[in-house]
Ligand binder design. Structure first.
Ligand SMILES: O=C(O)CCC(=O)C(=O)O
Ligand SMILES: [Mn+2]
Length: 216
């Protein structure tokens, strides 16, 4: 019989760090594959370019965004929603690259979420000075599905708040190749991103790339 050691990968062997009841940090989980994964994101933003979404309040978001997958998360003065067609190109979003989808599913499984079926990958690119205020991910139809978030490039601080606004959030330092997974009782936690500091990363230059996988 084949010994378990031969079917276990380095990734499987690393225990997630549990920062909350159902919130997990997988430090550097993607670091080895990062160049290939980032290349697949580059292909996507060639088809559906990065843009600053406008919030319903009329403000331009500081982060640059796009999507890949069957749906994309969009924001405009009419609100936040998922759309099958990119409003910029008026065409479907590029397909979610299989290796990205598989890595998101296996990260979720590694944290105990065995039935993650992402149909959206929101691509966020932060330049120095860009940030994301505390918010909930609540435009999805099934809060039983977790959120899986990949970080590449420049480091940043992730804010992990409560289920209601207020209080002082936990600060989680995120590095290149890190993954966060949260769901269940933590699915609607407020979270956000501190303003990105200037810097240089050999794979991304002066930006941080975030991929947020969700089921719409
Ligand atoms: O950039 C991040 O790590 C978080 C992004 C986020 O929370 C979102 O797009 O909803
Ligand atoms: Mn979010």
């Amino acid at each position: 019989m084949q010994h378990d050691l031969f079917s276990q990968t380095v990734d499987d062997a690393r225990e997630p760090f549990q920062f909350s009841e159902a919130g997990f940090h997988l430090p550097a989980w993607l670091a080895a594959d990062a160049p290939r994964l980032i290349d697949s994101v580059r292909q996507c933003v060639r088809v559906s370019p990065l843009r600053h979404f406008t919030t319903p309040g009329g403000k331009s978001m500081s982060v640059l965004s796009s999507n890949c997958g069957d749906y994309g998360w969009v924001a405009d003065t009419r609100g936040y929603r998922y759309a099958q067609v990119d409003p910029v190109t008026e065409k479907p979003w590029p397909a979610m690259p299989n290796e990205l989808r598989q890595r998101a599913i296996s990260a979720a499984r590694h944290c105990g979420f065995t039935d993650f079926r992402p149909d959206v990958c929101l691509i966020n690119v932060y330049k120095p000075g860009a940030a994301m205020g505390l918010h909930q991910d609540k435009d999805e139809s099934d809060f039983g599905q977790p959120i899986v978030s990949f970080s590449f490039g420049l480091p940043v601080t992730f804010f992990w708040g409560g289920l209601k606004r207020g209080g002082s959030p936990l600060k989680i330092p995120l590095q290149h190749g890190d993954v966060l997974v949260w769901g269940r009782e933590d699915r609607l936690r407020y979270h956000g991103i501190k303003k990105l500091a200037d810097g240089h990363h050999p794979l991304t230059g002066n930006v941080r790339i975030n991929l947020t996988f969700r089921m719409s």
